[in-house]
Design a protein around this ligand. Structure first.
Ligand SMILES: [Zn+2]
Length: 371
C-alpha cells in the first residue's frame, strides 16, 4: 500500500482541549503531549543531521559503505508523483515527488551498482523495487532507464486484469479527502479532523485487519457514507495515483528490461486469511503467472503483522525463489522469504541519505538500543 504507517495511535479529546493542546494516545494507554513529542523529534533530527555532516566530511560514511554489506541492499518505493500534483495527503505518506526521487536515485546510482537479480551477492549492489503497480510507476521506470538502471515492479494481479483500485487505496483515498465531520462506516463511528486523518485511518485499518472477511465490502460502506467519486481530488492525481497499470503497460516495462513481480492477488493482509483463503490467493496468482518475469514475490503490506510463517511457507510452496518484507533489519536476515527492504523517506538531505544507505544510521540506532 502507498500510505501512512499503520502503527499509529488514536487521537481523542474534547473540543476545548483539542483547541489548545493535542494528545496522542499510545498503545500502552499513556497520553503524551504531541507538541512536546514533535519538538523532541525535531531537536533529535537537528543533532543527527549535524552528526551526519561531520561523518560526511570526515569520511566515516565511506568506511561504512565499504564495511557494511555482504548482502545486496533492497530499496522500497511506492508512488512517484509529478511535483505539481503532489499534495500532503495521507495517501502519499510513502510517496515521493519526481524531483525527490530523481535526487535519491542519482545518489544511489553513484554509490551502488543497481541490479535486479535477487540471488546476486557481493558488496555495493542495490535493487530498487516499487509496490502496488499504479500508473505513476511508468514515469519512475523511465527515470531509472535514463540512468541506465532497471527496477523491480511488484503488482497485485487483480487490479491489472480489472483496472480496479485496491481496496486499501480506496480507503486511503477516502480518509485523505473526505470532508471533516463524523461518519458511520460499517457500524463504526469515524471522526475526521484535518490533523487527525492518519490516526483515523490507522484505527480503521486495525479494524479491517480484525474483520478481514469484510475487506471487499469496505469501499462500498465508505461510499455509502460519503461517495468516493465526490472526493475533491484533482483528476490528474487520481489517474496517476489510483489507476493500476494494465497488461500492455506491464509488457512495455518488461520489454524495457524491468522486472515485474507478484504482489498477491488483491493485496489483502495474508496473515489474516484462513488457510483456504491464503491458498486460494496464491492459486489465483499462479493462473496468471505469465504476467511476471521474475520469481521474486512481495508480500502485501509486508510488516510482521501481515506476514507470518504460514504465509512464508505458502510462498515457498508455490515456487517463488524469495520474498520481500516491508521492514528493514541491517544485515541480520538470512531467510530468503523475509528479505528486508529499506525505504527512504522523502525530503531527506544528502547527508541523511548517506547515513541510511551506508548503514551508519542503523548502527547508531543499534548502539543506542533502538534498532
Ligand atoms: Zn503493497
Amino acid at each position: 500500500m502507498g500510505g501512512v504507517d499503520t502503527d499509529g495511535g488514536v487521537e481523542e479529546g474534547d473540543e476545548r482541549r483539542a483547541a489548545s493542546r493535542r494528545y496522542l494516545r499510545q498503545e500502552n494507554g499513556a497520553v503524551i503531549d504531541r507538541s512536546t513529542k514533535e519538538a523532541g523529534k525535531r531537536l533529535k533530527q537537528v543533532v543527527l543531521e549535524s552528526l551526519y555532516v561531520v561523518c560526511h566530511w570526515t569520511g566515516v560514511f565511506k568506511i561504512f559503505y565499504s564495511l557494511r554489506r555482504r548482502t545486496t541492499l533492497i530499496l522500497a518505493y511506492h508512488n512517484v508523483i509529478p511535483d505539481e500534483l503532489f499534495d500532503e495527503s495521507i495517501h502519499l505518506g510513502t510517496g515521493h515527488r519526481v524531483s525527490e526521487f530523481q535526487r535519491q536515485i542519482a545518489l544511489i546510482a553513484s554509490r551502488f551498482k543497481i541490479i535486479t537479480d535477487f540471488s546476486a551477492s557481493g558488496a555495493g549492489k542495490c535493487i530498487i523495487t516499487f509496490d502496488d503497480g499504479y500508473a505513476n510507476n511508468i514515469g519512475a521506470a523511465e527515470q531509472l532507464t535514463r540512468l541506465g538502471a532497471r527496477g523491480v515492479f511488484f503488482v497485485p494481479v487483480e487490479p491489472v486484469l480489472t483496472g480496479r483500485t485496491l481496496v486499501i487505496d480506496q480507503v486511503l483515498l477516502w480518509f485523505s479527502y473526505v470532508p471533516k465531520g463524523s461518519y458511520v462506516v460499517a457500524g463504526k463511528t469515524i471522526s475526521i479532523a484535518d490533523d487527525g486523518r492518519a490516526e483515523a485511518f490507522s484505527d480503521f485499518y486495525q479494524w479491517m485487519l480484525a474483520h478481514v472477511e469484510r475487506w471487499k465490502t469496505v469501499p462500498e460502506s465508505l461510499d455509502a457514507s460519503y461517495p468516493l467519486a465526490k472526493l475533491p481530488v484533482p483528476k490528474m492525481l487520481r489517474d496517476i495515483r489510483f489507476r493500476p497499470m494494465n497488461l500492455e503497460e506491464l509488457k512495455r516495462l518488461a520489454k524495457d528490461g524491468h522486472l515485474v513481480g507478484c504482489h498477491s492477488w488483491d493485496h489483502r493482509p495474508l496473515a489474516a486469511l484462513s488457510d483456504e483463503e491464503l491458498c486460494k490467493d496464491f492459486e489465483r496468482c499462479e493462473s496468471q503467472r505469465w504476467i511476471f518475469n521474475t520469481n521474486a514475490y512481495c508480500y502485501p503490506f509486508g510488516h510482521p503483522a501481515e506476514v507470518d510463517d504460514r504465509v512464508m511457507c505458502a510462498c515457498e510452496a508455490f515456487g517463488y525463489e524469495c520474498a520481500t518484507m516491508y521492514t528493514f533489519t541491517e544485515g541480520k536476515t538470512v531467510n530468503r522469504f523475509a528479505l528486508p527492504r529499506l525505504s527512504l523517506p522523502p525530503k531527506l538531505s544528502r547527508y541523511s541519505l548517506d547515513a541510511k544507505l551506508s548503514g551508519f544510521e542503523s548502527a547508531i540506532k543499534s548502539v543506542l538500543g533502538r534498532s
